[in-house]
Design a protein around this ligand. Sequence first.
Ligand SMILES: C[S@@+](CC[C@H](N)C(=O)[O-])C[C@H]1O[C@@H](n2cnc3c(N)ncnc32)[C@H](O)[C@@H]1O
Length: 238
Amino acid sequence: MTQQLLGTLWGVGVGPGDPELITVKAARLLAQSPVVAFPAGRGGHPGIAQKIIADRLRPEQIQLPLYFPYVQATADLAAAWVTAAETVWQPLMQGQDVVFATEGDASFYSTFTYLSQTLQRLHPEVRVETVAGVCSPLAAAAVLGHPLTILQQRLMVLPALYAIADLEAALDQADVVVLMKVASVYAEVWPILERRHLLDHSAVVVRASQETERVYPTLTEHPTLELPYFSVLIIHCR
Ligand SMILES: C[S@@+](CC[C@H](N)C(=O)[O-])C[C@H]1O[C@@H](n2cnc3c(N)ncnc32)[C@H](O)[C@@H]1O
């Protein structure tokens, strides 16, 4: 009996929102793959990666929305990753490739990591490939028209702010600090930037490269801001 060849799971970064910021390789894989997976949206709305690739999908491609809950409980998260991994395993074990489309880059704070690691734990024989995409700090720097880093500048990225001391330490050590997931902590961050005279050297980009993009090139006038989840703060410390 011949052994069925397995499909490959491709983790494909589809960029920060502008469908033209998809790489040529991502576009080719999306066009060729019989199965395309992506994080499911919330409340009946498509997810961001799904929106970015919507015009590239063909009716005959199988679409697999995968559910990744926004919860802290590790048991709930682990259960969701196992369900997602087993969902993509079905076509993979039948020899079909699966492209998992993820917003931004697939290796930069991406759900793809959990999916691929869980799949490889459950099915070590599977082949997984990652395709780089444009990540949000780079998209935000392009929107601002300001280099993210030059010369010897040291860049520090904080994936989220769990303690204000982390920001103080980053501002002491780095030349440029990027704060992801800034929406929920903005009110605590602003006074620190004010005290350090950094408001004029700080910018927030909301939904970089998307149609609803918003830019705050300086924060002096904005002690409070209602920011959505897709917001990033860039601080040029010196
Ligand atoms: C889980 S991380 C995903 C990062 C993504 N993989 C990337 O490469 O940028 C989510 C955070 O990324 C940032 N983000 C992602 N896309 C963004 C965009 N288009 N504009 C601004 N911030 C964005 C926000 O800070 C958001 O809270």
